[in-house]
Design a protein around this ligand. Structure first.
Ligand code: HDE
Length: 708
């Protein structure tokens, strides 16, 4: 007897078409001119690469069942030219899985980018809430997803739109989700209008255009008819609608929430995220160029900043208002989500700081599968009767059931709470837990009565014994919700002239893209109720007469806190393009790069070719550089290419700080930039870069834009 079983008459086994190396190798490093900026820690040191956590195990390619595969390049056929055999399990498994790789995109907020980080509380909120993660010194892991609202998953990042700002706090008391936007007011007051506003804003149902835009008839038709939307719309038309970066956006909880402290006392609050590096916008031309030259502009910016060690940070702040029976503050109805509370009336109290320091390893597993819900609450934070919020409390689980294929989405790794889960929810699609015990019901004696109910002091969902006024069942709303214009006027009147100019240009663009004159005229009436000057400018651009207002203009007190212009901010992670070539003194180039790094900004070297300039890697070539990528540009070399000239022309027009050494000053001449224009510096390399870094603190050279 032998161990070999040979079948008489069987053909000798054929060699595989290719012999593959079987020794595993790491992934290829990115090429210098394809990569993002060099990884650095916040102190400027090179950061050690942390190996990503991956799900793959072992060295060999296997089937989903773990069987090692000899061949994945050819399907099993009856002879080299024969039909493919149905029995090829590997082929069927591979194709079937591929066929199901896509899941429905989010109905809104489909396009997003995310990052991991931590939130550390400073304890200032302890007097108003018993939430454990807001106690002094407590650090909580977070995952934040930023998004646009209207576009599909593949749409451009820099469109004019609201941005989502959703934060998942993995607290020891369960997951808390703060699912906010970068604009503190919303389009509608009642959840029942959400499908209407979204249908109006999404592409037209016949041709499915325009993508990710509000500049079309159905949107302006709806918002001019349903004038409660005017509040949100003017914020969209402001520079808030075209953020420079996710890192440079404020975030708002929008609704008023109720906090409960250890003594059971309550206050009403608004949540604010304040970016440490300021709130900044793009210019409209810049946003449009970005959408073409780099549709992933914001996604790339977030990932590059984190990779380079410029970790984005936000303070979390509260506006605290008394929990009065009428739920109003300074005449503002706190249950109306189209209203904000000016900071001058209720100051911000910083209660902690969030730092994003880790990029996702896998887009689908994390950014796509994360599931937020405004009802994911922890003890000490409760909802109010805001009718928009109440509707959201229903919508978010419902949508995940379709999007993530069943009710067990909380078991997906990115959604798993870091607190113990013992929920008595059982079975269902994609159940991946193996639940023990026989008694998933309450009360029970067979599993020893477990799990037990938490006492009032440790449970979430503290039901504040709020009085519900005796009332009749009716489809109405409070009369205070009917003021649709006073805060729109307040917002517009609070801004600086250049910001107001951007708003009128945005309305002129958006309404100029509409075809229906009736829609334009109706929106002009809404603008007349906001500000006569704004209405007249937009009307002139449309070639229409400015209508008279239909309402007495409200007497408003401006809120300077709403301005985005006029201060200086830290420049961490701002990008400085450095034009150099083979003739550039490498030590001068290295000095400029180091100065940019040392200031916490990100240098990107631009050269006529990829590869290296001496010891310095080139990040962008003349062909790949685009002005939109840089907050400032300095020329150390006289690159005569049309592309570099265009980078300077555009950067100049967009109010960016520009510099050149005497060797590079020819670039300015070719772009018709006069050397004494505001924000243009010609000096030796050290002085030029120093001046640019100082100018960057103001975000743009506003003086030049106003002059233009
Ligand atoms: Fe949302 N919203 N929303 N929303 N929303 C969704 O949930 C909805 C509203 C916001 O990065 C959906 O998981 C209704 C206000 C963000 O995954 C959906 C109403 C605010 C995100 C949904 C609102 C938001 C969403 C789509 C009116 C700011 C992205 C996919 C009652 C405070 C979260 C999903 C992420 C996502 C419904 C209004 C913010 C369909 C019905 C107000 C940041 O459930």
């Amino acid at each position: 007897m032998t161990d070999d079983i040979s079948v008489p008459g069987a053909p000798a086994s054929r060699p595989a078409p290719f012999d593959e190396p079987t020794t595993p190798e790491g992934p290829l490093p990115p090429k210098a001119d394809q990569s993002g900026p060099e990884p650095r820690t916040p102190t400027g040191a090179r950061s050690a690469d942390t190996p990503p956590a991956v799900a793959q195990q072992g060295e060999y390619l296997t089937s989903a069942q773990g069987a090692r595969l000899r061949q994945t390049d050819r399907s099993l056929k009856a002879g080299p030219r024969g039909p493919v055999l149905l029995q090829d399990h590997h082929l069927r498994e591979k194709i079937t899985h591929f066929d199901h790789e896509r899941i429905p995109e989010r109905a809104v907020h489909a396009r997003g980018a995310a990052a991991h980080g931590t939130f550390t509380a400073n304890g200032a909120a302890e007097s108003v809430t018993c939430a454990g993660f807001l106690r002094a010194g407590v650090t909580t892991p977070v995952f934040v997803r930023f998004s646009t609202v209207l576009g599909s998953r593949g749409s451009a990042d820099t469109v004019r739109d609201t941005r989502g700002f959703a934060t998942k706090f993995y607290t020891e008391e369960g997951v808390y989700d703060l699912v906010g936007n970068n604009i503190p007011v919303f389009f509608i007051q009642d959840a029942i209008k959400f499908p209407d506003v979204v249908h109006a804003a999404k592409p037209h149902p016949d041709r499915e255009i325009p993508q990710a835009q509000s500049a079309h008839d159905t949107f302006w038709d709806f918002v001019s008819l349903h004038t409660e939307a005017q509040a949100h719309t003017i914020w969209n038309m402001s520079d808030r609608g075209i953020p420079r970066s996710f890192r440079m956006m404020q975030g708002f909880g929008v609704h008023t929430f109720r906090l409960i402290n250890a003594q059971g006392e309550t206050v009403l609050v608004k949540f604010h995220w304040r970016p440490k590096i300021g709130t900044h916008g793009q210019l409209w031309e810049e946003a449009q160029l970005s959408a073409g030259k780099d549709p992933d502009y914001h996604r790339r910016d977030l990932a590059d900043a984190i990779e380079s060690g410029a970790y984005p940070q936000w303070d979390l702040a509260l506006q605290v208002m008394p929990d009065s029976p009428d739920e109003t503050f300074a005449g503002i109805d706190l249950l109306d989500p189209t209203k904000f509370v000016p900071e001058e009336l209720a100051p911000l109290h910083v209660v902690g700081t969030m730092t994003l320091d880790r990029n996702p390893v896998n887009y689908f597993a994390e950014t796509e599968q994360v599931a937020f819900h405004p009802g994911h609450l922890v003890p000490g934070i409760d909802v109010t009767n805001d009718p928009l919020l109440q509707g959201r409390l229903f919508s978010y689980i419902d949508t995940q059931i379709t999007r993530l294929g069943g009710p067990n989405f909380a078991q997906l790794p990115i959604n798993r709470p870091h607190a113990d889960v013992n929920d008595m929810l059982r079975d269902g699609m994609h159940q991946s837990a193996v639940h023990g015990g026989v008694a998933p019901y309450h009360p029970n004696s067979l599993d020893g009565g477990c799990p037990f109910q938490a006492g009032a002091d440790v449970g979430a969902f503290i039901d504040v014994p709020a009085v519900v006024a005796e009332s009749v069942k009716e489809r109405t709303q409070s009369a205070s919700f009917e003021d649709h214009f006073s805060q729109v006027r307040l917002f517009y009147r609070s801004l600086t002239p250049i910001e107001q100019q951007h708003i009128s240009a945005a309305y002129a663009f958006e309404l100029g893209k509409c075809y229906e004159e009736a829609v334009k005229r109706r929106q002009l009436v809404a603008l007349a109720n906001v500000d006569a000057g704004l209405c007249a400018t937009v009307a002139a651009s449309l070639g229409l007469d400015a209508p008279a207002p239909t309402l007495e203009p409200a007497d408003v007190e401006p809120s300077p806190a709403l301005r985005m212009v006029g201060e200086t901010w830290p420049i961490d992670g701002r990008t400085v393009g450095i034009v150099a070539d083979d003739a550039t003194d490498v030590s001068e180039l290295a000095t400029v790069r180091d100065a940019v790094h040392a200031a916490g900004a990100v240098p990107l070297v631009i050269a006529p070719h990829g590869g290296m300039l001496g010891e310095v890697p080139v990040q962008r070539t003349t062909h790949t550089a685009a002005s939109i990528e840089f907050d400032a540009v300095v020329a150390l070399a006289d690159d005569p290419s049309a592309e570099t000239t265009r980078v300077f022309e555009e950067a100049f027009r967009h109010g960016k700080a520009l510099g050149a050494t005497s060797a590079g000053a020819g670039v300015l001449d070719r772009a018709h930039i006069t050397r004494d224009a505001p924000g243009v510096v010609v000096a030796d390399a050290d002085a030029a870069v120093d001046a640019l870094l100082r100018l960057l603190g103001a975000h743009r050279v506003w003086e030049r834009l106003l002059a233009g």
